[in-house]
Design a protein around this ligand. Structure first.
Ligand code: GAL
Length: 701
């Protein structure tokens, strides 16, 4: 049964517990002596912690040998947490198999593309398709559910941990067997598979499914559709595993919601989360900041996408960090204000829970230099004081609990299949980065003060005035039809280079690029023209492009050329085009624009679509704005994107949260990296009003 037909959309209700935003961490008491636990609970209460995720990596402790179980410690800590008023999101504890299991059954260990065994010694060393692993893991899940299903502290089940973080691609014999079955289910006959995989090429024709292997290390580029199908299969295999654990849990506790922590962040692409989301009772996500020029935009982008994967409903931020992590090449501590701002940016995008990895920073093990809520320095520390402040802040925001995302005027379409397919090998360039292109458009919208939704494919588009679909490489017929219908109905669509090129089988649409979108865009391209790293394309608007160019021939009626190439082979030819049809438009951008170029396209597009920023002019680009709706009221989040204080001027609304805020009509200041939350009626006018009303000074302090 999918979650849509189930009522379990959030934590199990506990009697007497008012709606609130959850706050807490992964808690690993089994790493600490018993006497630390009492201090833990006392400090959790001081910080206002409401929930912990427990026993994530405790398999070896709970089941020290095949037929030996030790629940006493877990019983005790469950009871202590409950007595302290702290809820438990209980892990199934299957994330990392214990040494006795891998000694007994080395055949559960994953195999790399090169045929190497992934040995125990770290974590998550199991094959998603191993029947032996599954038997042992489900036995543990069953034991956990049996023992704790009725425990009053239990409010959610946490399946495994970050499924696929280290084991998404396994090339073992188990994987080969499961891949063949998956292919047989998908294609029915070997003839159909031969057609779809294009095996007439390089003598790859298969006589039976038994001859098929995962795309293991090969002499040259493996078959591209085989690669794409292996990505689909690998995501499905872990999804199936998630469902297997979930079914055991539901058998015992149909009233306890089941979740698992996704990793919507950066380049984590192996798991097709929009496809997984229907299998959990509520969406959870982990997010870690990577140092980069766009780090906070990336955080916002990921939180935004997570919120839309959750269908606009509240979601659970299961992990982020209070300060440095330990797994980057250089691990930076968070700067002043970042802990709070990062947390609240997730809330701004629909999170009803803010949790961290982990409660107490480890003294030993590979993550001992990873920050926690209680750092090595102890509770007498800036980090813990910030944690306490965050707890207070989340209590202030309790009325927000349950609020949904308010639909934005603009969408960025984020398509997992295009992500997978556009970055495969043997392409016109290996420099293309799907997510980076999407993130750049998002940054351009933030810079313009525009609220946007980052939405997975399948989201109804009619609700958006503008849809930006960067590198929409894979365009099955149904998607092409929905994009055409969107434009015909008056929508404004933008797409870029390498879009509309292949169908779901990774077969090229013939007759000129961008095949599936050629008529919609009114253009035709005969050859790709990627750029070397040393090259740039100059446009007649004064901006430059990198990575890609196209020789565009305008074929449709009502196509205007918004920018032309100003140098090189294509000088004088179109670089950016727009086809007008009725009230709608379809724009094509043939190069990878930099911020100035994107700003120009975005401005023209918004003007054509009649979309204006909801922010006063002086705040555009400086402040990120989001809205969540609770009944007849909207909560507006204003997030300072800069490290300078910002004078917000006279803002119309009740200030729910803000550092130096005041009554309606009076000026409010947004501190450096700060967040202000306003409550306003849903039909209130934009904050922007007319420019004269807002003589704002930015960074005036
Ligand atoms: C996550 C994981 C946690 C911890 C954390 C460190 O990937 O779920 O267990 O390892 O990263 O940042």
């Amino acid at each position: 049964m999918s979650s849509s037909s189930r009522p379990l959309s959030w934590l199990k209700q506990q009697p007497g517990r008012a709606p609130h935003l959850s706050f807490g961490a992964d808690y690993n008491p089994d790493q600490w002596p018993r006497e630390v636990w009492d201090e833990d609970i006392a400090l959790m209460r001081e910080a206002g912690v409401t929930i912990v995720s427990l026993a994530i990596f405790s398999w070896a402790r709970i089941q020290p040998a095949k037929d030996e179980w030790d629940f006493a410690w877990l019983d005790e800590i469950m009871d202590l947490l409950h007595a302290g008023g702290i809820q438990v999101d209980l892990a199934t504890a299957t994330a990392s198999p214990p040494p006795w299991l891998t000694t007994l059954h080395p055949e559960i260990l994953p195999v790399t593309v090169n045929g190497d065994t992934v040995w125990p010694g770290a974590r998550q060393h199991w094959r998603p398709t191993s029947p032996v692993f599954r038997d042992h893991a489900l036995r543990l899940v069953d034991a956990m559910a049996e023992r704790y299903g009725d425990h009053p502290a239990l409010v959610a089940w946490h399946v495994s941990n970050e499924l696929g973080c280290h084991n998404i691609y396994d090339f073992s014999d188990d994987a080969a067997r499961a891949f063949r079955l998956w292919l047989e289910r998908r294609y029915g006959t070997i003839e159909q598979l031969n057609h779809v995989w294009g095996t007439a090429f390089w003598s790859q024709r298969y006589g039976s499914f038994e001859q098929i292997l995962p795309p293991r290390l090969a002499a040259s580029h493996p078959n591209p559709t085989q690669q794409l199908d292996f990505k689909r299969f690998s995501s499905d295999a872990l999804k199936e595993y998630l469902v297997a654990e979930r079914e055991v849990l539901r058998r015992h506790t149909p009233d306890v919601p089941v979740t698992t922590n996704f990793m919507v962040m950066h380049e984590t692409r192996g798991m097709n989360y929009p496809d997984w989301a229907a299998e959990v009772d509520f969406v959870s996500n982990d997010h870690y900041v990577m140092p980069s020029e766009q780090d906070r935009d990336e955080l916002s982008f990921s939180a935004n996408l997570t919120g839309n994967i959750a269908g606009g409903r509240p979601w659970f931020l299961m992990e982020h960090s209070t300060s440095a992590v330990n797994w980057q090449s250089v691990n930076l501590a968070k700067r002043e204000g970042e802990l709070l701002r990062d947390s609240l940016t997730h809330v701004a995008h629909g999170a009803d829970a803010v949790c961290f990895f982990q409660w107490r920073q480890s003294a030993a093990g590979a993550e001992k230099y990873h920050s926690g809520m209680v750092p090595h320095a102890g509770a007498d520390s800036a980090v813990f004081r910030e944690v306490v402040r965050l707890g207070e802040t989340l209590r202030t925001l309790a009325p927000l609990a349950g609020a949904t995302r308010s639909t934005a005027p603009v969408a960025i379409l984020f398509d997992w299949e295009s992500w997978w397919a556009s970055e495969q090998d043997s392409h016109p360039t290996d420099r293309l980065r799907y997510r980076a292109e999407a993130l750049d458009w998002y940054t351009a919208l933030l810079n313009a003060g525009i609220r946007a939704d980052v939405v997975p494919t399948g989201t109804p588009l009619e609700r958006y005035r503008v849809v930006i679909a960067p590198i929409l490489h894979v365009v099955p017929d149904a998607l092409a039809a929905s994009l055409s219908a969107y434009v015909e109905l008056g929508g404004h669509l933008v797409t870029t280079y390498f879009s509309g090129i292949v169908d779901e089988n990774d077969h090229v649409f013939l007759g000129g690029y961008p095949g599936a979108l050629r008529d919609l865009l009114g253009i035709r391209i005969e050859e790709f023209a990627p750029l070397l790293d040393t090259e740039q394309a100059l446009l007649d608007t004064g901006v430059t492009g990198t990575l890609w160019t196209d020789r565009i021939e305008v074929t449709g009626a009502d196509v205007s050329v918004l920018a032309r190439y100003a140098s090189g082979e294509f000088a004088g030819l179109p670089a950016v085009t727009r086809r007008d049809t009725g009230d709608g438009t379809a724009t094509y951008v043939s190069t990878r624009l930099r911020p100035a170029g994107l700003a120009g396209v975005v401005d023209a597009l918004l003007a054509r679509a009649g979309v204006e920023s909801e922010l006063p002019a002086a705040l555009r680009g400086v402040v990120e704005v989001t809205r969540r709706t609770q009944g007849s009221e909207d909560y507006w989040f204003l997030v300072n994107r800069t490290a300078e204080p910002v004078d917000l001027g006279a803002l119309d609304g009740d200030v729910v949260l803000g550092h130096e805020s005041s009554a309606p009509g009076q000026t409010a200041t947004l501190s450096a990296r700060g967040v202000v939350v306003l409550r306003r009626p849903v039909d209130a006018p934009p904050l922007g009003g007319s420019p004269e009303q807002h003589e704002l000074r930015v960074g005036a302090h």
